[in-house]
Ligand binder design. Structure first.
Ligand SMILES: [Zn+2]
Length: 317
């Protein structure tokens, strides 16, 4: 019964089923583009090759005065600096891990052109703050950010990248008083009574999809990096409301090597079950910048941190 209830909740919360997706057009090579020499073959097991990608968390721009360590008006300059440094690292793509803006629809107009000027494809993970816009505009947020599907995956050089939507079940992604918001309130009460208002959960349909995608990665011999705005570990107030259930799925798949998150601006790192749980420091906080270029190899993950993000070398199991 609980599974059925969750399924109904997820369907009502999603508003739309998210079918197994193809990579967005920007990620697919042009028909005549030569395939990279070490790209995965169409058949046979993939082998994780070397690949670099850019990573930024919590740019969180808005035209408003500083609030403590949150220096909103500095974010555009920090983002410009990050774009230049990440372009110099020649990554395969860059991902912003959510909370691109703090609030207000017009905030996108300032930072989107900067981020979209990256040489390589620029992806977004949905955070909670993007939804701090009037109720009637909430459904248009993914479209405004150029997000083809709220959760999706793509493969590159033997690596499977899985982008999750932690706002699937949440209080902020839906209009006040809507059925979806009421369902989310009930979900939190049953799963994470102490969970914060600004957090959320993966709905049942997205959980099934995640399990399927990771099973495909396992079978293909790929290694996987899972990305979500909300951390899973450490298990504190910033974690997904259903972190335990998502963690159980990740642990069941040998392909999973890393879980990358934002939301907690202080950043963090935990290694558990052979998976590296890395939370990137938020770009917004302090006068110092924060972003990284992350290089994946068969044997290790190298985090080339900038500003408040420390360098790390993480061994892959
Ligand atoms: Zn957040």
């Amino acid at each position: 019964m609980r599974g059925i209830a969750l399924l109904l909740l997820a369907l009502s919360a999603c508003g739309q089923p998210a079918p197994r997706t193809r990579a967005p057009r920007s990620e697919q090579p042009a028909p005549d583009a030569p395939r990279a020499p070490d790209a995965p073959r169409a058949s046979g097991p993939a082998v994780a090759g070397t690949l670099t990608f850019g990573a930024i968390a919590d740019c969180q721009y808005a035209d408003q005065p500083d609030r403590g360590a949150r220096m909103f008006r500095r974010s555009p300059d920090k983002l410009r600096e990050a774009v230049a440094a990440i372009d110099a690292a020649r990554p395969a793509f860059t991902v912003h891990l959510g909370d691109f803006t703090d609030d207000r629809w017009e905030s996108f107009d300032v930072v989107a052109p900067i981020y979209d000027s990256l040489d390589a494809p620029a992806h977004h993970v949905l955070g909670n703050h993007e939804y701090w816009v009037p109720d009637e505009r909430k459904e248009r947020v993914p479209g405004r950010m150029g997000i083809p599907q709220r959760y999706r995956d793509f493969s590159e050089n033997g690596w499977r990248f899985v982008i999750l939507d932690g706002n699937d079940v949440s209080l902020h992604a839906f209009a006040a008083g809507s059925d979806a918001q009421t369902s989310a309130r009930e979900f939190r009460a049953s799963h994470a009574p102490d969970g914060g208002d600004s957090c959320g959960a993966l709905g049942f349909v997205q959980m099934l999809w995640l399990d399927t995608v990771l099973a495909e990665a396992d079978a293909a011999g790929e290694s996987a990096v899972v990305m979500c705005h909300f951390p899973l570990l450490p298990a504190d107030g910033s974690a997904l409301w259903n972190a335990g259930e998502v963690l159980a799925i990740l642990r069941a798949h040998s392909s999973v090597k890393m879980y990358l998150a934002g939301h907690n601006h202080a950043g963090g790192y935990v290694e558990q079950h052979g998976i590296h749980f890395l939370t990137l420091q938020g770009m917004l906080d302090t006068e110092e910048n924060a972003f990284a270029a992350i290089t994946l190899t068969r044997g290790e993950i190298r985090v080339d941190g900038h500003g408040r993000v420390p360098d790390r070398t993480l061994a892959i199991r």
